[in-house]
Design a protein around this ligand. Structure first.
Ligand code: ECB
Length: 132
């Protein structure tokens, strides 16, 4: 575990969130989601991670152990079914990488810290969203 991602991080930029969401949700929900200022709260307890995405509209929490496969239900996001997304998080150098295997092709995310900022790249079906 090379770096700590722990802390409370408020969004300062969000590029191509719309493109990422096109693969996942309706135009109506996209319009709401696009206006949100997202906050990440990342905690670590032993080898367990908890990542909370917090907004004025909805919150979303995942918890996992690095290297251990887990089932993710994207409740309140695109609501993909429990068994459809199997997520595995690993370290690739200083980057925490999640591969989300399910109905949607090429879905996943990568977190890293650079210049004291938390970076997140979300990808799905060829679209890449970059959040800082
Ligand atoms: C939870 C706040 C966003 C609520 C937006 C509501 C609807 C949008 C529905 C689907 C769009 C897909 C994802 C929303 C974008 C961010 C939420 C979490 C993205 C993510 O996978 O974060 C990972 C890495 O930090 C941890 O879950």
């Amino acid at each position: 575990m090379p770096v700590s991602l722990c802390g409370t991080w408020d969004m300062i930029s969000n590029v191509n969130f719309e493109g990422y969401m096109i693969a996942l949700i309706s135009p109506y929900l996209r319009k709401i989601a696009l206006r949100l200022k997202l906050r990440k709260v990342i905690e670590q307890r032993g080898d367990q991670y908890i990542i909370k995405t917090v907004s004025a509209f909805r919150n979303y929490t995942i918890s996992f152990r690095v290297g251990q496969e887990f089932v993710e239900y994207t409740q309140g996001l695109d609501n993909r079914h429990v068994k459809s997304v199997q997520s595995l998080v690993t370290w690739e150098g200083n980057k925490l990488v999640c591969e989300q295997i399910g109905e949607k092709k090429n879905r996943g995310w990568t977190h890293w810290v650079e210049d004291d900022k938390l970076h997140l790249e979300l990808h799905c079906e060829g679209e890449i969203c970059k959040q800082v």
